[in-house]
Design a protein around this ligand. Structure first.
Ligand code: GLU
Length: 357
């Protein structure tokens, strides 16, 4: 042993290491991510008269009541609760979308939270998710969740869905991944996710690309990446927008009437998406009405009522002069068209949007 060894500097070094270690530990404890829970209603806020009945009323519980059913979320994040509305999502309104966008934009721009979780009815969750995916221009996680069983049901799925959504929104891995939907232990990208079962707890799928990943023990494990343009790379700007261009969907089926077409043309609709049969097909009256609409400056996009496979430029019977939606289902194609129409009516440019977003 070196006789000249002086224990003091060593002690000092040890103490400094301990203090640093302790402060790192306490930093870890106090610096939980801040997650804003934006509640909009749906079954996750729903209540039935008994724990086993199928009928119930959505949009009953407040955001505080929903959160209080999942005490474990407080261990992973510091929560800020905001009640945006309390509706069934079939009653979603354009003004609520704009309000959601404004709230999220200002929360992130002012660094008031690290991530956002939106509780939402499952019926139109995929639409709100895609709208925000194209318009929230921040890399912070935005995750939508809900439930298929009301909060009062036996084996309600809302609490675990909320836990997983908060865990996903709190994770580093979720940064820059675009808006996601977390349901039934899986999470999905907003551009492909769709509700594909009316009542089952495994109601959501990404029919073209599969889920983005799954939650286990409060940690996300990603299976793949979403390569479509979203959030920070999106060119859609909502600042100063208080009304979106009127855009509707028309469904094609055997001997479908063209009457709704002419009524939309008369009402000054700006864009129409065709939920075509098969590979984006429609009957002769539709074909005539579509040409008429496009002569009036209405942008018509061919999509499909088939859940997977999408529509490309190939066409039967008619020369396809209309933009196609590729893998966007009609409800997502409508949102992209609506936002595209805030910038252009040029069908070539609109087609390019469908290739990239
Ligand atoms: N139809 C209601 C809604 O979308 C309930 C469906 C649900 O949340 O699962 O809000």
């Amino acid at each position: 042993m070196n006789k000249n060894h002086n224990p003091k500097p060593m002690l000092k070094y040890l103490m400094a290491t301990l203090i640093l270690f302790a402060s790192l530990l306490s930093f870890g404890q106090t610096q939980k991510p801040v997650i804003a829970i934006l509640a909009t209603g749906g079954t996750i806020a729903g209540s039935a008269q008994s724990s086993v009945q199928a009928s119930y009323n959505p949009g009953i519980l407040s955001v505080e009541q929903i959160i209080s059913s999942v005490p474990a979320v407080n261990e992973i994040a510091t929560l800020e609760a905001i009640q945006v509305c309390n509706i069934s999502s079939q009653n979603m309104e354009e003004q609520i979308w704009l309000q959601l966008w404004k709230t999220i934009d200002s929360l992130f721009a002012n660094k008031l939270c690290d991530g956002v979780v939106i509780t939402h009815g499952t019926d139109t969750m995929e639409e709100t998710a895609y709208f925000l995916n194209l318009t929230v221009r921040h890399p912070n996680p935005v995750v939508l969740t809900g439930s298929m069983r009301p909060a009062s049901a036996l084996s309600a799925d809302g609490p675990f869905n909320l836990y997983n959504a908060v865990a996903l929104a709190s994770s580093k891995e979720a940064y820059g991944k675009g808006v996601m939907v977390a349901m039934n232990d899986l999470f999905f990208c907003a551009n492909d996710v769709t509700k594909s079962h009316t009542t089952n707890t495994a109601a959501f799928t990404c029919p073209n690309y599969g889920p983005l990943g799954q939650m286990r023990d409060g940690k996300p494990s990603f299976f793949r990446e979403n390569l479509f343009i979203h959030t920070t790379r999106s060119q859609f700007e909502l600042k100063g927008v208080d009304k979106l261009p009127g855009t509707e969907i028309l469904y094609a089926y055997a001997f479908a009437s063209d009457l709704p077409f002419y009524s939309l043309i008369e009402q000054g609709t700006k864009g129409i998406v065709i939920a075509g049969a098969g590979h984006g097909n429609y009957n002769r009256p539709f074909a005539t009405a579509m040409e008429h609409a496009s002569k009036k400056g209405i942008v018509v996009v061919r999509s499909t009522r088939i859940p997977s496979g999408g529509v490309d430029k190939a066409a039967e019977e008619y020369n396809s002069i209309f933009p196609v939606s590729y893998n966007k289902n009609p409800q997502k194609a409508r949102i992209l068209l609506m936002l595209a129409l805030t910038q252009t009516k040029d069908t070539k440019k609109i087609q390019e949007f469908f290739e990239k977003y």
